[in-house]
Unconditional design. Sequence first.
Lengths: 731, 156
Amino acid sequence: MPLSRRAFVVAASTSGAGILIGVRVSGLLRLARENEQSAHKPVPSPFVAWVHVKPTGEISLIVAKSEMGQGIRTGLAIPLAEEAEVSLNQVSVEQAETRPDIYTHMGTGGSHSTRQNYMPYRRVGATVRELMITAAAVKWNVPREQCFAREGAVLHRSSTKKASYGELVEAASKLPLPNPARVPLKKESEFRLIGHEIPRVDIPAKINGRAQFGLDVRVQDMLFAVIARCPTFGGKPAKFDAGKAKAMAGVRGVFEIPALGAGKFTAGGIAVVADSTWQAMQARRALEINWDHGSAISESSETLSEMLKSAASKSGKRLRNDGDVDAALSATTKHIEAVYELPFQAHATMEPMNITIHRREGGCEVWVPTQSPDWVQRVVADTMGLDAKKVVVHTTFMGGGFGRRYMPDYPAEAAQIAKEIDRPVQLLWTREDDMTHDFYRPASCHRLQGTVDEHGRAIVWSHTLASTSINGLWHPEQNKPEDSEIGGAKQMPYAIPNVRLEFNDVPTAVPRAWWRSVEHSFNGFVVESFIDELAAEAHRDPVEFRRSLLVGGKSGNPADEDDPNPQRLLKVLNVAAEKSGWGKPLPKGWGRGIAVYFSFGSYFGEVAEVSVSQEKALQIHRIVAAVDCGTVVNPEGVRAQTESAIIYGLSAALKNAITFKRGAVEQSNFTDYDPIRINEAPPIEVHLAPSGDDCGGMGEPALPPLAPAIANAIYAATGQRLRKLPFQLSV
Amino acid sequence: MAPIKLHVNGKINTIDVGLDTPLLWALRDALGLTGTKYGCGMGVCGACTVHLDGQAVRSCQTRVSAAGDKKITTIEGLSDNAAHPLQIAWIAEQVPQCGYCQSGQIMQAAALLARTPHPTDDEINDAMAGNLCRCGMYQRIRLGIRRAAKGANHAA
Ligand code: FES
Ligand code: FES
């Protein structure tokens, strides 16, 4: 049941409708039984989700978060069912309609979903349970304390009285809502779901072809479209001849769509619409287009990498300054300096970008695999000149997100096509389109300087970071360019007396955006590699060296909320070291490397065990990960996300790079951007070491420590320090 | 365009598509069998894997004209009620993440087990190396295949 206006009307009535509770996370948590009137309060709504206790006693959870494989539907149902005292199969999870007036925070990203929602869902569940217990006590005329809830029913301790939630819901709906901030929560020892192994609810549909992904949307009378985009960023068609394409079987329309600027960033090009995907693809091949390549044609990876290197060698905007780096550097003749380089990365989700759109009288309906349905709604409305309320957005399953599906560019293109075509249209990006017109993880270059004293103590840490910033593209007015670039570098956690971070932004025509773990994917590599270099300089064991710099806590400025807790880093360091057999002898040519890192609220320690043969063939034998994500909601989910982020990070560490020449991306498919395959995938062991603190995120934080753990292991095995990704072992 | 007969999941269908149309798009667009996925269109990701007379093939690289007289099985026709040992194992091992690659993974693995009921790890790697999983669920895919193979052991 999509949450429609009707649902509010139903909920407002007091008979046969059940209870509808809005879940609010921002500010002080407050629950409300919404009625028709309050549901039409001005946007944005303060509620992130709605919980509907139906007259049958079943609970339906209507969530505005996108399921992209991270298991969020299960992850949110667990805390609710736990406190409500119902079994998981009494909870159905439904994808919310895109209605910013009903939901807030519709975006799925930043590893936020569980973090934001865990406590509110527990409180809503507890509210349901308390209401049911009160209703039963009143009904039986017994003291409330003699009643308890289990498996969707209330029982009386001293008799055989039992009433299901379905029987109680009508009476419960008339009771005053308890104060959610004070509703009693279960003790950890009473948990039967939270922290237990729970199978994911979305998996059964994903083993028999039934799950409907964006590309699987089928609408009566639909057509299929592809777009020919200029390979060079910022280029456009100078002239084109569509004669041959138009004459081909099944072709319904060939027309130019202009590039759309800031906030949409589409390439524009020639849209081809046909009766089937294949016909559209064939007709696109038959187009004759002369491109006006524009100014980006003078750009290439070589020129950009020179610019990045030179920017990293200049002083830049100072963003951290503890002690006196210059004085400490000039006090010694011995300092080490290292330059690290990381390329652009494509998201390369398994399902390429796509969207299905249908313009109708005065409005439009959209089916889209997206991480940001509310943004899609605004962009489609804006492109078509409609009121956002007239754009109905359905979020489908999606074949991976990793940040790419936050962007609203393909919805804007679909809206341009829908303006011309009266029938429903599915716009497909072929793999080549997806690879060459992504918003890439920024390319970056880092210059690090450090010193250790004669006692082997780290004295100086200086980091100059140059990158092609995300915010320089997306939000130049609102945000500073460094906002999406310096996380984890600024919070460098080791107690070193003199620390400096400087940043320089480097312009490029290559579009950038958030990629799994964002800037932590490069800063994790740099920070955890260079601390290893300092350990080597100090002739100290990498684990023991890190330990000595974590026990003291952070030096310099007082900790802010993005700062990691050194004690928790220390713990995952110790667990990863212990579980990996750190220090145990290895054969010749083998090595272990470690890295610890905090991002998105979670702490990871990872150890890589590698070998390098005489012929310089690298083999990864195993990865051992220790994770403290605060509270574990579903250990199964934590392990799956850890394995996933590690393999994703491994592709970027060992194999993949996006390069460009004459302003165009050189890679085009999984032939030249070939991610890790099963025969290259090492065994991964995941050890949970939860602290019991607040829930941390899980989609991203296992990625940053992976590359440095491998680089450090290669150093241990060979003495060769790799500072450029993807790794290339010199022969 | 010409009517062409395709024998899919035990049924004969007549569709009207160009003879050079890849089987993938015929299945998805003409027959509405969307369980078979598009990932690369070049035979390098395995998302589009189906069986032709029991052999795993990349449907993006197979023209409908070449499939005409063969029995085609897609993920929708692999079993009734998701009862194939691999499907059961896939749930037990919680293999899918986004799930997009999984039709292809299961079809590829099913062809492997049909030929080699008890594959070694190397045989698993060899057979499955053409199937990408961008969610990185390879460890679970291996476990799933081993579990399904063990089931075969019990039956034997
Ligand atoms: S779509 Fe056929 S192998 Fe990738
Ligand atoms: S499960 Fe997402 S690509 Fe394999």
